[in-house]
Write a protein that binds this ligand. Structure first.
Ligand SMILES: *[C@@H]1O[C@H](CO)[C@@H](O)[C@H](O)[C@H]1NC(C)=O
Length: 433
């Protein structure tokens, strides 16, 4: 422990742990908005006591509230093995502009670090409205109730229900769940094992929009991804005669597919158990129907239970998303726009005009080149009777240089006259013909 951390804990709270003759004493300072519940999880002779020596009160559990600082005495040497601690805070979201925060910190409860701790936030909305917890920053992923999160931080969302408390789910950090909503009130809690320091974090709380007892929203990233979900109380039964919603958000040009991995059907007394898909259109399917393999765009899945004669409905399902291939999207666009074909027809005719212009130009160039070649050939043929190049000229001139007067004046004249044309024809021969 660093000096500064030690100083902070000394300043903010009085942290005193004594181990005197098999008893442990610790002093904690309470945050005024919270309640602490210390309870014995085993039937063993360890008790928690408060109060001055003369009027000490001891028991198997203790509820602390409306106090600022309290000294606790446990009459055993390792109370952390038998006691668990729950730290409860209330978040009231009954105003229209509710803007609360779930602040995840244990700086005030360091003396309790050795105990298994549960941090619980009780959320309350006005009647018939819902409260929403935003997980956009970290994201959550649902786990099977028997699973343990890799970072030992396990979240649980619970709501009271006419049929008893309902566990919406257990979750770990890091996942596609971007928010959760519960109707009227419920609790969100975080459990950490003994000795595990709490990771700091914050989730915003606001008024929600659902009329179902719970709604979970997943935001899928671009490309291929998937997430597994479980019905409330899994593997036990979904609440009787009620409905829950999952909302899936995707980017443009993405499709969603839903696959039921494990289904237990309820025994229905009244009504039907069914699945409602609500996207661009609404589709109602029975539990045993083949679930939609492809739905494009954002969609809601509502699981609706019947009035059961025997508890039963449970569901484990998988939601996958992927992009709609560009070809598919283009085919759709083309199919969708036969009425817009008039402007399109202008483009091919303009292309034809352009092609005609280019072709004519090329034809003129080719004809020009051909004419040039023919002319040069003719000239070449004629020049074969005279020296055709400089080499010939020199061999021709040099012998006659000694008596230039005898040289044919005409031949010399012809050569000087065609000198330029000769050079030019060589170039043309190389380049064009
Ligand atoms: C799905 O909903 C989100 C949030 O409302 C929105 O940003 C996104 O564009 C929607 N996706 C589609 C394909 O409409």
């Amino acid at each position: 422990m660093s000096i500064s951390t030690a100083r902070v804990s000394l300043q903010t709270l009085l942290f005193l742990v004594f181990t005197v003759s098999g008893a442990q004493k610790l002093t904690i300072t309470l945050n005024k908005a919270s309640t602490i519940h210390i309870s014995n999880t085993q039937v063993r002779g360890c008790r928690v006591c408060t109060g001055p020596v003369g009027s000490r009160q001891c028991g198997q559990s203790l509820l602390l509230k409306d106090t600022t600082s309290v000294s606790l005495l446990f009459d055993c040497s390792r109370p952390q093995d038998v006691f668990k601690v729950e730290i409860v805070q209330n978040i009231d979201c009954t105003t229209t502009w509710c803007n609360g925060h779930i602040i995840q910190t244990d700086s005030s409860y360091l003396p309790l670090l050795d105990f298994k701790r549960t941090f619980t936030w009780n959320l309350k909305a006005s009647a018939l409205t819902s409260v929403k917890i935003d997980f956009t920053k970290t994201g959550l992923r649902q786990i099977h109730p028997s699973e343990i999160c890799p970072d030992s931080h396990t979240y649980t969302l619970q709501v009271p229900h006419t049929t008893g408390s309902v566990t919406i789910g257990k979750f770990c950090r890091g996942g596609l769940i971007s928010n959760a909503q519960i109707l009227n009130h419920g609790s969100f809690s975080l459990e950490v094992p003994a000795g595990q320091k709490l990771q700091n974090g914050q989730f915003d709380v606001s008024v929600g929009d659902t009329s179902n007892f719970a709604k979970i929203t997943l935001t899928f990233p671009k490309g291929i991804s998937s997430s597994e979900l479980l019905s409330p109380n899994y593997p036990d039964s979904f609440p009787d005669d009620d409905e829950m919603e999952w909302h899936f958000q995707v980017s443009d040009k993405h499709k969603i597919s839903v696959q039921f991995l494990k289904l237990t059907e309820p025994q229905c007394q009244r009504k039907k158990a069914e699945v409602v898909y609500q996207g661009e259109k609404t589709e109602i399917l029975s539990l045993t129907d083949h679930q939609p393999y492809e739905i494009s765009g954002n969609v809601s899945l509502k699981l609706r239970n019947c009035r059961m004669s025997e508890k039963g409905l449970s569901l484990n399902f998988k939601v996958s998303t992927s992009t709609i291939w560009p070809e598919e999207a283009e085919v759709q666009v083309m199919k969708d726009s036969p009425k817009n074909s008039a402007p399109n027809s202008r483009q091919p005719s303009m292309l034809i005009i352009n092609l005609t212009v280019v072709t004519s130009f090329l034809a003129i160039v080719v004809i020009g080149l051909l004419v040039a070649c023919v002319v040069i050939r003719k000239k070449k043929n004629r020049n074969h009777q005279t020296p055709a190049n400089h080499a010939n000229y020199s061999t021709y001139v040099l012998p006659g240089h000694s008596d230039l007067s005898t040289t044919n004046a005409d031949e010399y004249h012809v050569y000087t006259k065609i000198d330029d044309t000769l050079v030019y024809s060589h170039l043309l021969e190389k380049v064009a013909c």
